[in-house]
Design a protein around this ligand. Sequence first.
Ligand SMILES: [Zn+2]
Length: 430
Amino acid sequence: MLDPQVEARSWDEQLALDDVAYRAQLAYLLERSPFYRDKLERSSPDDAGGLAEIAGLPLTEKPELKATATEENPVGAHLCVDRSEIVRIYSTSGTTGTPSYIPLTTRDLDDWVTGSARSYAASGISAGQRIVSTYNAGPFAAGAALASFERIGLCHIPVGTGNTERLVRAIQLLEPEAAVLTPSYAAHLLEWAAARGVDLRASSVRRILVAGEPGGGEPAFRAALEDGWGARVTEAMGIGDIGVSLWGECEEQDGMHLGARGFVHPELIDPETGAALAIDDGASGELVLTHLRHRAAPLLRFRTRDHVVVRTSPCPCGRTGPRVRCIGRTDDMLIVRGVNVFPSAVREVVSAFAPDVSGHILVRPSAPGVKQDPPLPVSVELAEGATGDPALAESIRERLRDTLVVQARVDLVPWGSLQRSEYKSKLVEH
Ligand SMILES: [Zn+2]
C-alpha cells in the first residue's frame, strides 16, 4: 500500500473524517459557488446537514453545468476560485461543440495524483519498475494519471496511441514490467501480435493495467487478456469531472478500491428514479460522486453514468471500504422488455464462447432510444478461420437468455468484420 495509514483505515473512521470535510466543502460551495447557491436554495450550510443527509440534496448532471458556461466564464457557474489560483485546465472530449473545462488548483491536482497513485499501486506495481503507457492524454484529464506513475516511483515510458509498431518495439527493447492501456487496445494488441508471429507472453510485461472503459473486470474477457499476455490484468476507473483513476483494483481482482478516499465520497443511486441505494454487498446502480475538499470547481452528487456492482466483504489485501466493478455506462444501457441490458455484459457472455468467437460484438438496436422490443440484434464475430455454425448462434442466444434474461437475435459475422480500436470500443451502433 502506498498510504497504509489511509488505505487500511476503518471505513467508519473514514466516513467520520469525510463528514467533517463534507460539511466544510458544503459551506465553501454556499460561499463561493453561484451554481450551488442557486441549486441548493439554502441560506446556511447547517440546514443541509452532514453526509448522513446527503441523499436529500439534488443530484448534479453534466448538462446543467455546461448550460451555465458563458464567454466570460467558460468553466461555468460552479467555478469557485480566482483565475490566478488555477494551475491546470483539462477539457472533456465532448462530441459536439465546445468542450467542458475542468480547472484545478495546485492542491486539487496534487489530490488527483495522490488518489491515482494509490489506485495504480494497488495493482501490485512498485517503485523501481518500468511502465509503458499508451494514452495520448493531450487536453484530457488522463494526463494527471500519468503523473501518478512518478509518484509511485516507476520509470514511465510514454509511447502514445496510434503506433502499435513503436509500442511493441518499446516493450521488446526497454522491457517494462507493466503496461497501461484500454482493455480494447490490450485485446487488439493480442490479435496484432498473433498476425505477425510476435509472442507477447514472452515479453517482460507481467502486469496489464486497464482503464478508460469498462471491460477489464469481466471474467471471461480478463481471462483471455491474461492468457494472451501471460500477465495479471487489473483495472482502474475515474471520471474527468471528479478525478482520474479514482478507483483501482488490487491483486485479489475482486472490484476496485477507492484510491481517492478522503477526497471523494461515493454513493449509489437507481439510474431511473435517482433514489439513493444502500452500498451493500452485491448492490448495483449508478455511481454518484461528491468532492470533499476540492477548490477550483467542486461538484456535489455528480452523476457519473457509470453503472457499478458493489462489494463490501473484507479484502485480503487490507484495504478497507466498498469496492466497485463497472458493468457499463448508463448511457449505453438498453431496456429490452423491462430488462436492463448492458452491451459489456453481452460481450462478457459471448466471450465465454472462445475459441469459436473473437470476443468482438456489436449490439445493433432496431429502434432509436433506450427501450427496445425483443429480439435485440447482436452481431457476434467469429474467431479467425471459424465458420458460422447455426448451432453456435443458437447456443449463444440461449446463454444470453439464461444469463441476462434478454431475447437476442445472434448474427455471426466473419472474423475481422467488426471495428478494432486502439482506444475505446464501440459496443452499440447508435
Ligand atoms: Zn484488495
